[in-house]
Structure formats: structure tokens, C-alpha cells
Design a binder for this molecule. Structure first.
Ligand SMILES: O=C(O)CCC(=O)C(=O)O
Length: 289
């Protein structure tokens, strides 16, 4: 194992820039995984106010999402502040500095089939910029067919797609993202990836705890689910912001919507994020000659 940012090569950085995603193998040590598993168990037992059930099937199998719990769950806070992830994010983005944005979990009970609809992340966020990454970390082994899928290179396509409204999907009225009232000639329908899979280059991997699928928030991604009856899935995810990212409040709505907390922190559209909720956790030292 090459634990931490030392495992990131120039090839990884180039692959991330070109493809929008790279699967880093065994960069997070077993102690962090054990600690995060304990944190996720606490989180599931006591969801935050931001917890949402994305799916509950006829057999009672649940796909659950929660976010922004890092200041309430000690294991999450420890990981965010002290694990190698901030440096990994900085190195993979080739950034000068990295701020933490928020954490999320995606859990599926054994045998869950529910697949996350394809979408991009950045169009939902209360920030705007290209230099972002999300670190999707399964805390249990996951087969390729059940892992998150990515449309290779789609982070650079440059289209402004109308994203799915997750609030409509779950029946949960919070965090509405709807383009119905938006006057935007540049908006185009979201492509039907699932219905035309052969037309796209879709990446996913068999993954073990310690592996990280790290991706640009503009890449089209979705899937997961399709679990075998004896397999559950617990994923811990952290989102990181690099050099060009600025606060942006979107008229179509945001999910998760940080407008209120950002405004309370004195952050306004156009500002670089910072402060206790979005701490800078890594900065590049002088470049080696
Ligand atoms: O794990 C999933 O099902 C969804 C993950 C996702 O969409 C994300 O990490 O942005």
C-alpha cells in the first residue's frame, strides 16, 4: 500500500485532468476506514436533518443519503481535518490550495437495486468553478457493476444541462432544483446515458476499502446499486474546492443549498470560500525545481 498523497503519480494527475475521474488504489489506510465505518453507523442510527431516503423498495431495502454531518460526528471531523484526503485532493487537481466543502454518505442495504440517476454535481452546488473534486470511498468491497459510474471526459463538454430534481425523485420538498422558471436559452436537456449506454465510454471499477474514485464535479456520473443479495454498500464521500471556485447562488435552486449558512458566515457570490465551515486544509509548498 502507498498510503496517502505519496501514491499519486503524474499519470494520475494527467488522467484526472483528461478523464475527469481516476480510481486511486489503497491511498486511505485501514484505521481511517474502521473509524469512518463507526461514524457511518452513528450517522445511520441518528441521521442529521439533511438525511434523505432516496429509495425504499417493496422489500424494505433502503438507499439513504446524508450530508454535512462532519462537525457532529467526531470520526468524520477527524478524517476531514487529519487524513491525507485534503492533500490527495490538492495534488490530483494540481491546485495551489484546497478548501473542504462538505461530506456525504450513500448507503444501500443488502440487495438494493436502486441506481442513482446520471447527473453532474457542480450545477447543484452553491459554488461555481472547474477546480473541484469529490472523493467517493466505499467502506466495504464493491463490485464494478455496483460501483459509481462515470462518463469519461464529460467534465469538459461545456453544456449547461438541465439536471434531475432529486427533491422530485424522493418526494422530499427540500432542496428543489427546477429549471421551469429559468429563462436560459443555453440550457439543454440532460442526455439519456442509461438508455444509450453503448454511445458513451462509461468507467467504473471493482473497489476495495482504501480505494478512492476521485472525480471532477462536472463529470456526468450515476449508477451504483444492483447489489447482490449478500452485499450492502456504505460510501463516505468528501467534496473539495480548488483554485477557481467561487460562491454562487443559483436561481434554479441548490442541493445541498448552502445559501443560508454561507450568508450567515458573511460569504457572498463571487467570494472564495473560507472560514470555519469551509476551512482551507492544504496548501502547496514551494514547487520543486
Ligand atoms: O453513490 C451514489 O449512489 C451517488 C454518489 C454521487 O452521486 C456523488 O457522490 O456525487
Amino acid at each position: 500500500m502507498t498510503d496517502g498523497a505519496a501514491g499519486i503519480t503524474d499519470q494520475h494527475v494527467a488522467d484526472f485532468a483528461r478523464d475527469g475521474v481516476v480510481c486511486l488504489r489503497q491511498v486511505i489506510g485501514a484505521d481511517w476506514i474502521d473509524s469512518l465505518r463507526a461514524g457511518v453507523d452513528k450517522n445511520i442510527a441518528q441521521p442529521s436533518t439533511r438525511g434523505r431516503v432516496w429509495d425504499r423498495d417493496a422489500s424494505g431495502r433502503v438507499t439513504f443519503y446524508d450530508s454535512q454531518a462532519w462537525r457532529d460526528i467526531a470520526e468524520y471531523q477527524d478524517f476531514v481535518e487529519h487524513s491525507p484526503m485534503a492533500e490527495i485532493a490538492g495534488r490530483i487537481m494540481d491546485a495551489e490550495a484546497v478548501n473542504f466543502f462538505f461530506d456525504a454518505i450513500f448507503t444501500r442495504s443488502s440487495g438494493s437495486q436502486f441506481r442513482t440517476p446520471f447527473h453532474q454535481d457542480e450545477p447543484y452546488w452553491s459554488v461555481d468553478g472547474f477546480d473541484t473534486c469529490s472523493a467517493w470511498m466505499p467502506l466495504v468491497a464493491v463490485e464494478k457493476r455496483s460501483a459509481l459510474e462515470f462518463v469519461r471526459g464529460s467534465h469538459t463538454w461545456g453544456h449547461r444541462y438541465a439536471q434531475i430534481n432529486f427533491a422530485a425523485l424522493t418526494g422530499d420538498e427540500r432542496d428543489q432544483v427546477s429549471y421551469d422558471e429559468i429563462d436560459d436559452d443555453g440550457l439543454v436537456p440532460f442526455p439519456d446515458i442509461e438508455g444509450n449506454r453503448a454511445d458513451y465510454e462509461i468507467l467504473s471499477w471493482d473497489m476495495e476499502p482504501g480505494d478512492v474514485a476521485i472525480f471532477n464535479a462536472r463529470i456526468i456520473h450515476g449508477g451504483s446499486g444492483l447489489l447482490r443479495p449478500d452485499r450492502d454498500l456504505k460510501v463516505f464521500n468528501t467534496q473539495w474546492l480548488g483554485d477557481d471556485v467561487r460562491v454562487c447562488f443559483r436561481p434554479e435552486g441548490m442541493d445541498p443549498d448552502h445559501r443560508q449558512v454561507m450568508t450567515e458566515q458573511g460569504l457572498r457570490p463571487g467570494d472564495r470560500v473560507g472560514g470555519p465551515l469551509y476551512p482551507e486544509l492544504w496548501r502547496r509548498g514551494p514547487r520543486q525545481q
